[in-house]
Design a protein around this ligand. Sequence first.
Ligand SMILES: NC(=O)c1ccc[n+]([C@@H]2O[C@H](COP(=O)([O-])OP(=O)(O)OC[C@H]3O[C@@H](n4cnc5c(N)ncnc54)[C@H](OP(=O)(O)O)[C@@H]3O)[C@@H](O)[C@H]2O)c1
Length: 241
Amino acid sequence: MQTLRNKVTIITGASRGIGYATAQLFEENGARLVLTAKENLDALDVFTSAEKVRLDLTSEDTIDYLVKKTIKNFGCIDIFINNAGVFTHKDFELITAKELTEMIDIGLKGPFMLLQKIVGQMKQQKKGKIVNVSSLSGRIGSSGATHYAAVKAGIIALTKSLARSYGKHNIVVNSIAPSLIETDMLKHITKERLKNLIESIPLKRLGRPEEVAMAILFLASDTSDYITGQTLCIDGGLSML
Ligand SMILES: NC(=O)c1ccc[n+]([C@@H]2O[C@H](COP(=O)([O-])OP(=O)(O)OC[C@H]3O[C@@H](n4cnc5c(N)ncnc54)[C@H](OP(=O)(O)O)[C@@H]3O)[C@@H](O)[C@H]2O)c1
């Protein structure tokens, strides 16, 4: 069964990791894809029927182009997966103003501006599904990446705010909070620290991008129509109460 048959879907950061696995799963499920990368556009060539767009979340021009191009080619946006992001690991007192600004620009300001344009289109359509990729650190904090955690907490607040504001337009907005998923992002964590972190996970292993993609599929599909404003943790049990 193709759960997302003909659904026009934008996935940001689809060249690697979680975004790539999500694009694969969505393609298998019949979605019509618009995929973005910042540098690695070649990695998107495997998605033969997808539209490929260069997006840099620090550039308003590329944000604007992505939305205009999608509407021009497909006439609507059914699903938006707000996935692209960056991570750095640094002590709180050593983070410079430049590094903080960069984290906020890529992780919060860019997605915020993209969401403004996408929500405007979904409002006209009187429907839409949005999945924001936050992080467990946005819920429980992170001692080694405070700037990242602060930005990801912002994404959760943005999710709830949009869910409250746009429910009446039949737009549902949820976020996911993964933790320690096997992607390039983990290269920023030392082997020793990673080993200790894995010990603290009840399932005693890292998560796989495909496992995150399954949760995104659930939140993007009609199966979850009455769920909005929620944050689903995908963390091997790390954050359970
Ligand atoms: N992996 C984890 O453990 C983990 C845990 C919690 C949350 N997350 C979140 O999950 C999302 C995906 O992470 P991932 O682990 O899959 O990351 P990843 O493998 O490092 O991939 C990052 C993606 O974002 C794109 N990107 C980077 N900088 C960008 C920019 N300035 N503008 C637009 N796109 C940009 C990259 O494009 P290029 O390939 O072209 O550079 C790539 O497609 C992120 O929001 C991340 O914060 C990940």
